[in-house]
Design a protein around this ligand. Structure first.
Ligand code: C2O
Ligand code: CU
Length: 586
């Protein structure tokens, strides 16, 4: 058997990291200011950091402008930066099959980055260069897509910008970190299966200290990677689209929901919080399909950021925070509870247009509405244990304004309309998910929308289906203008005005509000400018970079047409066709 459980237990202590290990003993290098880094002789840090979530240390790392943030990885593997330059984060990353314990005591065979699920937390500061030496040791090709980042086209890792990296081969990703936010990384080849099997990790880009409020900056941050996985009775990830024809169709239509909810790769971890001491949770939803409504009962959560970093002003969200697959949230609150008592943070369902499927004896497929949609039972997500604080309890002291966000000026902007639909489900288990009537493998350069570098466009994202689709665009931020609902005759039934101004890379396209023929239309404004410091050539889809060498790849026959992908982030929808691309020209 492979090395299964080399548990390195990090004991909790304020500024040092005492280790207790089985096997190879890691050294802890302590620095004069009390910080510490761990490493072993025989292997890099990541080889033996199957962390015990019950006992996680605070790991205080220094950012390149010399100030310290309090970020607890909470069981996520931390990478060793092999580059001495403080403005360069250089790391080694390997995708390989391995065993991890998502459920304590049960090793599951999964795909990992550096041996863990989720992959290691990658950290940098705005302005740093990130260099990732990536090796694919999976039994199949893969790439890494840097979800949410503005970077040169040839670093995007999508199936439009890079030939999949074959097993045994390496590729170096290198780009500058342009914006501060929590991002994430995952493959863009058969992502429905590769992400489900464990390939995804968080990438935190911190603000420079002068651009963050002192109170927020002084608050300890925790990175929470939310996921679910569909495990069989042996604790193994279920094969791609398993089951009866009805079940297979349903997994394609509703997406694959897991039966095991994970926070930082573990089921029901325990998190210790000090009563009265504010916390900041940076959350990302990496699930294939599951919409995450996370409830902290009895607590008032304040959202201060999302996909594109800080909001303009804090939003009081009540006791829950909502993330569609791919989305991020940055929340703060003050935990309050009797020392020693526990609180269960739980997942709550939200309606997203789930269906039922019946295949009749005559082969007819009947699609209906799932009556339980929105009312599935709550699921416990993690346990908070309150500890006594020796300092007086604090309230959140947030500034009224967190930053300024320029609204994208849409005067004179060209409009593009994109429809999101699916074909009729068939008794043989096939169904196609479509953008403008085509699956991704059918889309050619002629169908793809075009944009000029620097152009501003308004996109009308028309959802013709009875289910929600979380829309994601690679490489550019956008702002949501409004969502309107129309009936079959085209009458406007309802207009949902713009939410608070925010730069995002995800927006949920809500299901239509009525029978076939009615639609929801979400309007977004996109700025196709390169991030500061990038050139038009860097982001041009035909700049000789976003080119697929082998026009006959399974992803389609489109020859030398690259582009920036957009798709539904329900990965079962993306991989059954709901994906397309925009070609950006100089
Ligand atoms: Cu999370 Cu195409 O990406
Ligand atoms: Cu979808």
């Amino acid at each position: 058997m492979k090395k299964l459980i080399m548990t390195t237990t990090l004991l909790c202590s304020a500024f040092a990291l005492p280790f207790a290990t089985a096997g190879d003993v890691p050294h802890v290098t302590k620095y004069a200011d009390g910080m510490a880094l761990a490493k072993t002789d025989s292997m890099p840090l990541w080889e033996n950091t199957k962390l015990d979530l019950q006992h996680i240390a605070d790991i205080h790392l220094e950012t390149n402008d010399g100030y310290r943030e309090f970020i607890e990885a909470f069981g996520l593997q931390q990478l060793v930066d092999i580059n001495p330059d403080p403005h360069v984060v250089e790391i080694n990353l390997e995708a390989r099959e391995d065993y991890v314990e998502m459920i304590p005591g049960i090793p599951s065979k999964v795909y990992t980055y550096n041996g863990t699920v989720p992959g290691p937390l990658i950290r940098g500061t705005v302005g740093d260069t990130l260099i990732v030496h990536f090796t694919n040791n999976l039994p199949e090709p893969t790439t890494i897509h840097w979800h949410g980042l503005r970077l040169p086209a040839d670093m995007d890792g999508s199936s439009m910008s890079q030939n999949p990296i074959p097993p045994g081969e390496s590729f170096t990703y290198e780009f500058e970190l342009k914006e501060a936010s929590l991002f994430w990384y995952h493959p863009h080849v058969r992502s429905n299966e590769q992400v489900e099997k464990g390939l995804a990790g968080a990438l935190l880009v911190s603000e420079k200290k002068e651009s963050v409020d002192d109170f927020i900056h002084a608050t300890e941050q925790k990175i929470l990677v939310l996921d679910d996985v569909l495990l069989d009775e042996h604790g193994q990830v279920e094969a791609f689209f398993n089951g009866t024809m009805e079940e297979i169709l349903l997994k394609k239509i509703d997406g694959r929901s897991g039966n095991t909810l994970l926070v930082n790769g573990r089921e029901m971890p325990t998190l210790h919080v000090k009563s009265g001491v504010p916390v900041r949770w940076r959350m990302v939803n990496i699930a294939n399909t599951r919409f995450m409504r996370v409830v902290v009962p009895g607590h008032e959560l304040t959202r201060i950021g999302g996909d594109g970093g800080l909001l303009e002003a804090p939003i009081h969200d009540g006791e829950d925070v909502f993330l569609v697959p791919g989305q991020r949230a940055d929340i703060m609150f003050v935990p309050k509870g009797k020392p020693g008592s526990e609180l269960i943070v739980y997942w709550k369902d939200s309606a997203r247009g789930r269906h039922t499927i019946d295949i009749m004896d005559n082969g007819m497929v009947m699609m209906g509405d799932d009556e339980m949609d929105g009312n599935y039972p709550d699921i416990p997500l993690m346990r908070l244990v309150f500890e006594k604080s020796h300092k007086p309890a604090k309230e959140l002291m947030l500034p009224e304004q967190l930053r300024t966000i320029e609204p994208i000026d849409i005067t004179g902007a060209a409009e593009t309309t994109l429809t999101f639909n699916h074909s009729m489900p068939m008794a043989d288990g096939t169904i196609k998910f479509l953008i403008n009537g085509k699956t991704f493998s059918e889309v050619t350069s002629d169908d793809a929308p075009d944009a000029q570098v620097g152009e501003i466009q308004v996109w009308n994202l028309v959802n013709m289906t009875g289910g929600d689709h979380p829309f994601h665009l690679h490489g550019f931020f956008f702002q949501v203008l409004e969502t309107l609902y129309k009936d079959k005759e085209g009458n406007v039934l309802k207009v949902v005005p713009a939410p608070q101004l925010e730069n995002v890379d995800m927006v949920n396209l809500p299901s239509r509000n009525g029978p076939a023929g009615s639609v929801s239309i979400t309007k977004i404004a996109i700025d196709f400018s390169p991030a500061e410091g990038l050139t038009g050539a860097d982001i041009e889809a035909h700049g000789g970079v976003a080119v697929i060498e082998d026009a006959d790849l399974a992803i389609g026959k489109r020859g030398r047409s690259g582009g920036w992908q957009f798709h539904c982030h329900i990965l079962e929808h993306a991989d059954t066709g709901m994906m397309s691309f925009v070609e950006v020209f100089q």
